[in-house]
Design a protein around this ligand. Structure first.
Ligand code: TYD
Length: 206
């Protein structure tokens, strides 16, 4: 039986969600909440090895078709959910995850055209049925997000602007469909203003 809360941080590259996830972790810790911050892909030995493959630099010679790519993300997720997230939730930890299953729906599904139902069904297996209690979408226009990326050099960051526009729209659709779970914050605002919105969202669910 799950006891702790699972909070996921979603958004396109450059949306600032990783910075906000760190701030949310500090906020919860200061209030004495037992919590952990994890990221996808990664968080287990296999997951970190998969991360290196998925985020290899563009000149690494590693290419992959969109299904192979999705299945690698799903494999990393399958490890993280079973070995790390579920045990932490059972111990009562609040678990913050920088990206989760909806990143696959947005990037591989809406972005790359992998069948959405296929992703939904297999994500169910990868997550072992785990569903977030709260998902925060850091919404930002693609141009502003790109301007924030200092060094876009990994395979995924190198996709064109139209790819990221599809990913952003995908995230917005997901948030609309899962409106009970999602809070959408305007990630183009000043860092402190975004932080306030995040803290309000989290406090409302704890
Ligand atoms: P990372 O450098 O951690 O980016 P960020 O800090 O923006 O999260 O790399 C994660 C990359 O992997 C990012 O470009 C999004 C992508 N990704 C997918 O395409 N599908 C997925 O299921 C996940 C979890 C990530």
């Amino acid at each position: 039986m799950k006891t702790g809360k699972l909070i996921t941080f979603e958004g396109i590259d450059g949306s600032g969600k990783s910075t906000q996830a760190e701030k949310a972790l500090e906020f919860l810790k200061e209030r004495g909440v037992q919590c952990k911050l994890l990221r996808e892909p990664g968080g287990t030995p296999l997951g970190e090895a998969i991360r290196k493959i998925l985020l290899a630099p563009v000149d690494s010679g590693i290419t992959m078709n969109r299904y192979a790519e999705y299945l690698l993300f799903a494999a990393s997720r399958a490890e993280l959910c079973r070995w790390v997230i579920k045990p932490l939730l059972k111990q009562g930890f609040t678990v913050l995850v920088d990206r989760f299953g909806d990143s696959s729906l947005a990037y591989q599904g809406y972005g790359h055209g992998v069948d959405l139902d296929f992703i939904r069904r297999t994500n169910e297996v990868a997550t072992d049925g785990l569903k977030p209690d709260l998902s925060i979408l850091f919404d930002i226009d693609v141009e502003t997000a790109f301007a924030r990326l200092e060094d876009a050099n990994d395979r995924i960051e190198n996709e064109g602007i139209n790819f990221f526009k599809r990913v952003r729209e995908g995230f917005l659709k997901i948030a609309e469909q899962e409106s009970e779970t999602y809070i959408v914050v305007n990630a183009a605002l000043e860092i402190e203003a975004v932080e306030e919105d995040v803290i309000r969202a989290i406090s409302g669910r704890m």
